[in-house]
Design a protein around this ligand. Structure first.
Ligand code: NAP
Length: 355
């Protein structure tokens, strides 16, 4: 026989569930906690109590969460896991990137949003675009005992301050690696420099983390990060721009890109070797060290005629070469002056309107 509670429309359990669902949907909190506290299920804690409730074993790596499954987040996830620093959680808004991360990294928890990571880990790594770091940090709030770092080379650790609460730490972990492909990046981390920022405790943990993946940790002087990063951009992107200009001139000489790399590559490597062995100034060779104004003029003419897009890069480098040669005592001041005049007039001609 049917009991009353089984009749449609008279099921107290179901009605309670429906009422609760309607309350939840309306965002009504029937049991608000006092200001300065927060709740986990039935438990209420002071807001600054230590999280997460999962703790790493003393002497073992911290429990790590990565926000951003892009180039850096994924490569760091792979490298750290292989080094015995497991990744507990990752957050990426993109399902395809989440799947790729899960395929490459044995991660326990995968989220679409960054917030839930804060309930589960001790060290939060923000591997998101530079412009996103500060607003993202401002939308998160750490719990006591947690640390947050970002991987940007351009930003200081202080951009993470809005996410701080009592007993938290912030820092930065910037690998000097061009993250073009995951496996190549993981390999390149071996022997790469990682710039570390943070209080002594956190910096020491981050140095251990860098060494675990085979990298060399360095601590930068306060205020020096922008210059350090600009040098890195010149060494990576700037060098590629130079290679591109070399290949453009190579095309004028009848070489394709592979041909230029084959011919000029050993010259580049030899020059780098000389700079390492002898110092940068001593490694300088070429017409600017000899005051060969005729050769310089011939180069500028051919650039103007056949590769005008390379002219300002050639002139900018030549101006610096003249200064280097002069400071080395290889170039007499009057020759240096003549070369600067020729370079200046080539630049002026380059920007003059064509008659
Ligand atoms: N690439 C390099 O060679 C290199 C080298 C050293 C340092 N870095 C630094 O590392 C950081 C990350 O660079 P990356 O090259 O890995 O960038 P990326 O490949 O573009 O990946 C960035 C990740 O951040 C996520 N993201 C973007 N906007 C977000 C937002 N508003 N909220 C939450 N997540 C967001 C992305 O989207 P989804 O959420 O959609 O997944 C993606 O997973 C940057 O600070 C960069 O300067 C880069």
């Amino acid at each position: 026989m049917r009991a009353w509670g089984d009749l449609p429309g008279d099921d107290p359990e179901r009605e309670r569930a429906e009422t609760q669902a309607a309350i939840d949907a309306a965002g009504i909190d029937l049991d608000p906690v006092a200001p300065g506290s927060h709740r986990h299920g039935d438990e209420v804690h002071p807001s600054d109590h230590a999280h997460p409730h999962i703790h790493s074993v003393p002497g073992e790596p911290p429990i790590i969460g990565i926000v951003g499954a892009g180039a850096v987040g994924t490569a760091l996830g792979v490298a750290l896991t292989r080094a015995g620093w497991p990744i507990h959680a990752v957050a990426s808004r993109d399902p395809a990137r989440r799947d790729r991360f899960r395929t490459l990294v044995d991660v326990t928890r995968v989220f679409a949003d960054p917030e839930p990571i804060l309930d589960e880990v001790e060290l939060i790594i923000l591997a998101v675009p530079d412009d996103v770091v500060a607003p993202l940090a401002a939308s998160l709030r750490m719990y006591g005992g947690q640390a947050m770092i970002h991987t940007s080379g351009a930003l200081g650790a202080e951009v993470l301050e809005p996410a701080m609460a009592a007993g938290t730490q912030i820092g930065a972990f910037h690998p000097l690696v061009a993250f073009a492909d995951t496996e190549r990046s993981v390999a390149a981390l071996h022997g790469a420099t990682i710039a570390i920022e943070g209080d002594d405790d956190l910096a020491s943990l981050l140095a251990d983390m860098a060494e675990a993946i085979g990298a060399v940790p360095v601590r930068l002087a306060p205020g020096s990060k922008a210059a350090y990063h600009a040098a890195a951009v010149l060494a990576a992107g700037g060098f590629v721009a130079l290679l591109d200009a070399i290949a453009e001139l190579g095309r004028v000489a009848g070489l394709d890109e592979a041909g230029s790399l084959a011919i000029y590559g050993p010259l580049i490597e030899g020059t780098l070797g000389n700079a390492r062995a002898l110092g940068i100034r001593a490694a300088l060779t070429g017409p600017m060290t000899r005051g060969d104004v005729g050769t310089l003029q011939a180069h500028l003419e051919t650039l103007r005629a056949h590769a005008p897009g390379v002219l300002d890069l050639y002139v900018a480098a030549a101006v610096r070469e003249v200064a280097l040669a002069e400071s080395r005592g290889a170039l007499a001041p009057e020759d240096a002056t003549k070369m600067r005049e020729v370079l200046g007039s080539a630049l002026r001609r380059a920007i003059e309107p064509v008659p």
